[in-house]
Design a protein around this ligand. Structure first.
Ligand SMILES: *Cc1c(COP(=O)(O)O)cnc(C)c1O
Length: 240
């Protein structure tokens, strides 16, 4: 039933598809900002969060500069890094999870980005609040830390961190989230990052002007209001 509502909203927009989408994503960013407790200027919308992960890499990494990922982490980081000619360092996993200390030790003066998937896909491992904060405190400020929270909304563990609440303390942190997973909108391709306004301003300069389509934007907006669907998805996931 919940998903029907989104289909209806998208359907109502069909007569509008001869027009370009709102390139600034005004309504969706405003709604996200309200729900997440951030400013609209901190948000960068993408054609899925995949798009944003690539944007971040393209905007901040020159050929030969360093990108650090964990072994067995989400494949897109490696693809994005390789396509920009980055010097990729893969830090061996510990029990299938990120070795945050090892990743911090791999940083040098040429490192630009560290990717952390929390929780990770495909291994399902996650890093705790305490270990993430210790890690962030140890990272010099020429390095961006990208915290990929594609599955954030599913996690019910106590010591699981909310990256968005850490942004004020760690200005080089970028958090990515998506409408593809708990909201069930993978086919419409809408994701976003939340960062400092300064970083978001750069990402918004680099992205394609219409990277989020009309139907995706309207369905994502409706999905944000559909708390019942989110709760059902979370319960279904827990039970399975
Ligand atoms: C699915 C997934 C994404 C990307 O999803 P989009 O559909 O591009 O928003 C990013 N990171 C992880 C860990 C994922 O599992």
């Amino acid at each position: 039933a919940a998903n029907n509502q989104l289909r209806q909203k998208a359907h109502q927009m069909l007569p509008e598809i001869s027009r370009y989408p709102d390139g600034g994503g005004f309504l969706l960013k405003q709604a996200l900002a309200g729900q997440l407790g951030v400013e609209s200027s901190q948000i960068t919308l993408g054609n899925g969060s995949n798009d944003v992960l690539e944007l971040i890499t393209r905007a901040f990494v020159r050929p030969g500069q360093g990108v650090i990922v964990a072994q067995h982490s989400f494949a897109v980081y490696t693809l994005a890094a390789k396509s920009t000619g980055a010097d990729l360092r893969v830090v061996p996993a510990i029990c299938w999870g990120h070795d945050l200390e090892g990743m911090a030790e791999a940083v040098d003066s040429e490192t630009r980005i560290i990717f952390i998937a929390n929780p990770n896909n495909p291994t399902g491992t996650w890093v705790s609040s305490d270990s993430l904060i210790d890690f962030l405190n140890s990272i010099p400020n020429h390095v961006l830390v990208v915290l990929d929270e594609a599955y954030f909304e599913y996690v019910e563990e106590e010591n699981y961190p909310d990256g968005i609440r850490l942004l004020n303390n760690f200005p080089t942190l970028i958090v990515t989230r998506t409408f593809s997973k708990i909201h069930g909108l993978a086919g419409l391709r809408v994701g976003y990052s939340v960062s400092s306004s300064k970083i978001a301003e750069i990402l918004n300069r680099v992205r394609q002007p219409f990277n989020v389509n009309t139907l995706g934007a309207v369905a994502a907006l409706a999905a944000l209001e559909d708390e019942e669907f989110v709760m059902e998805s979370r319960t279904l996931n827990r039970e399975q």
